[in-house]
Design a protein around this ligand. Structure first.
Ligand code: PFF
Length: 472
């Protein structure tokens, strides 16, 4: 079985593919804005601590579990706990969660593709009209953009791990890094850019409270693609001879470095256009930043670099964000793909057809819940708020289930698979791992305070989102 399983050809192939998953819309927009609003450098320090001390151990556990079982998350939990049906639910959740997250991420990616298209075709001024986004999300044009994005993703996925995912990552990730650096250099050369850097970096510890800390952890967790079954799946494609520990650390480092660098693009651009920006007034929502705020920034650049230059900057930005989103979507859709191939014994092509159909239908439902179809727009209500289908998917799967999935893997490692099992697995390809400080740290943390913290975050999210009461 394991000899037939498609594998990454090398450690670097795995690192680029996993970094492709991790580097997403969250890094380019969500992170920089969250940092600036929530204490600048103070937020950055807390975020970095969360990545190193909470996320890396969970990441290693996910990758180790996948490589040991050589299966999708569904099969991995089952293979390592054949007699315990309770754990199978954790496997099921680790497949349903990415499928549903893929739906809401797909909606945003299709919009990004639409904005990229309009930037390239010279319609930047139209994008910057404050009314435009409302019209755009309710326009039939969505279907055309959806078809294009679906084709791109499936062309990559149908190639499999080595010839599809890895090959695409090896080309797209360096392109992404280059575009990001070029944009940073361009933005930093604008007048008043330094003001943005200052707001981004100077620490203000007075802004740090319970909800900022909770937000930083949620952002770090999401950004590293944890709790989505992705790293279990990618771990199952990772060679036994290669070193998971170093690779995992490099993925975390790359993801954090890209998020940090994106701040040097996003914030200086905002301040270069309006030096009097009050960071508190920036929207918390990445969606409104990308589709309402940024086009206005690009249009304002016209005065400095002309309409062509402004359109070029917008094109590079949307292309960068699109690549980041595509490599994330590929990774997340590989999870249900692997599970269906494994359980239904379908060919890869047939699986992609079935899944592509299901994702497309759900994406259309989520995308028409912004006013187009009233029943989806006012789908339900909880905690005193009316919620659309899109909101429900976001609240349930992104906000609530992700920390629960993280908690479940910690409990699985501690109670069932045993910490020793994880340690043995991580030592393959890294024989000295057992004697390192990191190994000691993972051993202790994964069964004590990491699950505790994730449990508190999970309970607090359930209370805040669905009951309207927050612990902190
Ligand atoms: N790390 C990704 C991001 O920051 O955007 C998280 C992610 C989201 C991965 C959606 C995959 C995905 F489909």
């Amino acid at each position: 079985m394991s000899e037939q399983r498609d594998q990454f050809s090398s450690k670097i192939g795995f690192i680029l593919a996993a970094a492709g998953s991790a580097v997403g819309i969250g890094n380019l927009v969500g992170f920089p804005v969250a940092a600036t609003k929530n204490g600048g450098g103070a937020f950055l320090i807390i975020y970095a601590l969360f990545v190193a001390f909470i996320c890396v151990p969970v990441m290693l556990a996910e990758m180790g579990l996948g490589r040991r079982a050589q299966k999708s998350p569904l099969g991995s939990y089952q293979a390592l706990s054949p007699d315990n049906k309770g754990w199978h639910i954790a496997g099921l959740l680790a497949v349903i969660t990415p499928f549903m997250i893929a739906v809401f991420y797909m909606v945003i990616t299709v919009w990004i593709f639409g904005y990229l298209w309009h930037s390239v075709t010279g319609n930047l001024a139209m994008l910057a009209d404050p009314e435009y986004f409302g019209q755009f999300v309710n326009d039939y044009g969505f279907v055309g953009f959806l078809v294009a994005v679906t084709v791109i993703i499936n062309v990559i996925l149908v190639g499999g791990v080595r010839k599809g995912i890895e090959k695409a990552a090896k080309f797209l990730m360096p392109a992404l890094f280059i575009m990001l650096v070029l944009l940073v250099i361009f933005v930093l050369s604008l007048d008043n850019a330094a003001l943005g850097v200052e707001f981004y970096l100077v620490p203000d510890f007075s802004k740090i409270d319970g909800s900022v800390i909770n937000g930083a952890l949620a952002q770090a967790f999401f950004s590293l693609s944890l709790g989505m079954g992705i790293l279990i799946t990618y771990g199952s494609y990772f060679s036994r001879r290669d070193d998971i520990v170093t690779s995992g650390k490099l993925v975390a480092l790359t993801d954090t470095a890209v998020a940090f660098t994106a701040g040097l693009m996003t914030l200086p651009a905002i301040f270069a256009i309006n030096p009097n920006t009050n960071p508190d007034t920036l929207s918390d929502s990445s969606v409104s930043m990308i589709f309402s705020f940024f086009p206005q920034i690009f249009v304002a650049l016209e005065g400095v670099v002309g309409y062509f230059g402004a359109s070029l900057a917008a094109t590079v930005f949307f292309l960068l964000t699109f690549i980041a989103a595509i490599t994330s979507l590929v990774s997340i859709l590989e999870v249900p793909t692997a599970a269906i191939i494994e359980k239904a014994k379908f060919s890869r092509k047939k699986t992609l057809l079935v899944m592509g159909f299901a994702v497309t239908v759900l994406t259309l439902i989520a995308a028409t819940s912004f006013g187009f179809i009233p029943a989806f727009t006012e789908f339900t209500s909880y905690a005193g708020q009316t919620k659309s289908v899109f909101d429900v998917i976001y609240d349930v799967f992104y906000d609530t289930i992700l920390p629960l999935n993280g908690l479940l893997i910690c409990l699985f490692v501690t109670l069932h698979w045993r910490k020793k099992g994880l340690e043995d697995e991580l030592s393959e390809g890294n024989p000295n791992y057992r004697n390192t400080l990191l190994a000691k740290y993972v051993r202790i943390s994964i069964s004590t305070f990491i699950p505790l913290i994730l449990a508190v975050v999970f309970i607090n999210t359930v209370l805040t989102k669905f009951v309207g009461f927050s612990l902190f």
